[in-house]
Design a protein around this ligand. Structure first.
Ligand code: PEP
Ligand code: MN
Length: 347
């Protein structure tokens, strides 16, 4: 941490700052310039926060140098992490060096629809099945998901296909039952800053897929991941799913630069959701190509056997020609950026 003193700060002001820092066991290194003095602090940053340094006379600014998130930062963990999803024998990696394709319906509707979507996903090359049983909808009148019945369907399809499953949890009270049925818990964009939910999924003993809040900065998102990590769960995969901007042509604006920015700041894996970013099926393949090229560790895509009757997000669901194009992209492009298909690494 660095303190910048104002040009008018006196020797007494500087001495007082040094005294306060030393009172909590810190060290203060004073560097006097012609106009300004800066003071470098070494020690426990949390104890410095309690000093309310900005309130001291002569202090113009206080700047943090280290990341505010610790456990998920690369500062103390330079190697990028791999998160393994699923039971032994079917564990799929998400991380550096590999490319993981996750697909499935936005919402679980019926057993038939889910099996069909899972088969479509699997034949297109997906290794993990997605599907929402509890849907976090903006409108309370919109379809809310079929709840626990959907979890049972997911567990059945998981057995039938051998695919590990990821599903969203919207309420901390559901975590236990969700964790009993699936391999990975998703926290959606609307709950990224629900700190109680983050802490609870941090204690659930399953990997977590943490989507970026639609209006959250990358730092806020990494702080949300820190909440999960702080409860002892470092198996967190981040997911860029588009953010709110002024542009109405797409549902959200995919922040493609978030991928390398996150990879520089955090050791956690990061994947991209082109379906929820665009909200339009015609953009899913181009955005998937962009995600692979920029270095994403995977993608998560909506597929549906009959988008016309889908109860949720039909306009962005792939099938037929688009799904074939997607399958081709996820097969051909990752090797060009030195990534191995996660299917080859299942253990
Ligand atoms: C979803 O993946 O089903 C979903 C609701 O996504 P998001 O939270 O990104 O809107
Ligand atoms: Mn959706």
């Amino acid at each position: 941490m660095v303190i910048v003193m104002s040009p008018g700060a006196t020797d007494d002001d500087i001495a007082h700052v040094v005294e306060r820092v030393e009172s909590v066991g810190g060290e203060a290194f004073v560097s006097k310039g012609v106009v300004r003095t800066i003071i470098g602090l070494v020690g426990d940053i949390e104890s410095f926060h309690h000093l309310n340094l900005r309130t001291l006379r002569g202090v113009a600014d206080v700047r943090r140098i280290s990341d505010p998130y610790k456990l998920v930062s690369r500062q103390h963990h330079p190697d990028r992490s791999t998160v393994w999803v699923g039971p032994s024998g079917r564990q799929v990696p998400i991380g550096p060096g590999s490319f993981t394709f996750i697909a499935g319906p936005c919402a679980i509707e019926t057993a038939e629809q889910t099996v069909e979507a899972a088969r479509m996903a699997q034949s297109a090359g997906a290794t993990i099945l997605r599907g929402g049983a509890f849907k976090p909808r903006t409108s309370p009148y919109a379809f809310q998901g079929i709840g626990a019945a959907g979890l049972k369907i997911l567990a059945g399809v998981r057995e039938a296909t051998g695919m590990p499953v990821v599903t969203e949890v919207v309420d901390a009270r559901d975590i236990e039952i969700v964790a009993e049925h699936v391999d990975m818990l998703q926290v959606g964009t609307r709950n990224m800053a629900n700190f109680g939910l983050l802490q609870a999924v941090g204690e659930a003993g399953k990997p977590v897929l943490l989507k970026r809040g639609m209006s959250s900065t990358i730092e806020e998102w990494l702080m949300a991941a820190e909440y999960i990590a702080q409860r002892g769960n470092l198996d967190v995969v981040l997911c860029e799913r588009g953010i709110r901007t002024f542009e109405p042509a797409t549902r959200n604006t995919l922040d493609i630069s978030a991928v390398p920015v996150v990879q520089a700041a955090s050791h956690l894996p990061i994947i991209v959701d082109p379906s929820h970013a665009a909200g339009r099926k015609d953009l899913v393949v181009p955005l998937t190509r962009a995600a692979i090229a920029v270095g994403s560790d995977g993608v998560i895509v909506d597929v549906h056997p009959n988008p016309e009757t889908a109860l949720c997000d039909g306009p962005q669901a792939l099938l037929g020609t688009e799904l074939r194009e997607l399958a081709q992209a996820v097969r051909r492009l990752p090797p060009m950026v030195d990534r191995v298909d996660a299917r080859e690494l299942i253990r």
